[in-house]
Design a protein around this ligand. Structure first.
Ligand code: HEM
Length: 273
């Protein structure tokens, strides 16, 4: 007999009630894909970017809350949120497998219609970098035509970063680590912080929370690097060494970005252990 879920108690009528699509705003979400060409693969391209932006939105939500928890000295919830961010980055990395199914022949059918738009102009991507502590103020310029996005990045650049909040925990534990004078710059290797991390990594049992916190950041950066690496490889596979639609040298630019380090102290300390 065919299943009738109503007999099992499922609600089948939603007149005047909130249903799944109402709660999730699916009316807007599923009508926000507007291909500008007839190319079959443009839908893939749009949805891949949109879903990435949704996951980035969640990552920003989690990173901001993790930072607030760390500042409050409430580390357990921060561990949970940072672990989630790493899973999100992993999810984003896995998503390249879908995009990789698009060949250069397919992409060239609609690449011209993108004009100069590029993921380079993703303000949420910059926000993730800025929250983590990789603050390159030049990256705000492409957002000046949208004052709210530019302002959000400026505001973020002047707040203590996630890593600054972690340095605050080192200080709270008695380590002599100075606060940064310029919050709006990327984190540079700092000998005092590295000495503190060395003590933490040499005696994890004594400094377990700090040790755990450091490893959560390294996890996050590790997954972030995998995303970058998969991006540049996918880009090379699809456009070779053509210039990017955003105007950069393309693969050469993206390869340089592979060398950007979010938390230099935490990587450098490993050499000394
Ligand atoms: C056919 C697929 C793709 C190609 C060919 C491509 C190509 C490029 C290129 C060449 C750049 C360098 C900037 C430029 O000159 O345009 C770039 C940057 C970027 N792309 Fe993609 N991309 C693709 C898909 C994606 C997807 C799905 C995302 C997810 C949101 C994404 C996010 C980014 C971000 C965030 C940057 C800035 C990276 C940085 O400045 O470090 N891209 N992309």
């Amino acid at each position: 007999m065919t299943e009738d879920p109503e007999r099992d108690g499922a609600r089948m009528s939603f007149k005047g009630r909130m249903a799944y699509g109402d709660y999730l705003g699916l009316g807007d979400l599923l009508t926000s894909q507007h291909p500008l060409s007839d190319a079959h693969d443009e839908m893939l391209f749009i949805i891949q970017h949109q879903t990435s932006e949704l996951w980035m939105k969640l990552a920003i939500h989690e990173l901001g809350a993790a930072r607030a928890a760390i500042i409050a000295g409430d580390l357990q919830p921060a561990f949970k949120m940072l672990a989630r961010v790493s899973r999100i980055m992993d999810q984003l990395t896995g998503a390249w497998d879908v995009l990789r199914t698009m060949t250069p022949s397919e992409y060239t059918q609609f690449r011209h219609i993108l004009g100069e738009s590029s993921g380079f102009q993703s303000h949420q991507y910059r926000m993730i970098e800025f929250v983590a502590g990789n603050r390159n103020l030049a990256m705000i310029r492409p957002h000046e035509h949208r004052p709210a996005d530019a302002k959000a990045l400026w505001d973020e650049a002047l707040r203590p970063s996630l890593y600054d909040s972690v340095l605050g925990q080192l200080r709270a534990a008695g380590f002599d680590v100075p606060a940064r004078d310029r919050l709006d710059q990327p984190h540079q290797p700092d000998p005092a912080a590295r000495a503190a991390w060395l003590a933490v990594y040499r005696d994890p049992v004594r400094h377990w929370s700090l040790y755990d916190l450091a490893e959560k950041l390294v996890d996050f950066e590790d997954y972030f690097r995998r995303w970058r690496f998969n991006h540049v490889t996918t880009v090379e596979r699809i456009i070779g060494f053509k210039r990017g639609s955003g105007g950069t040298s393309g693969v050469d630019y993206l390869r340089r970005m592979l060398d950007v380090v979010l938390f230099p102290d935490l990587w450098e300390v490993r050499t000394e252990l």
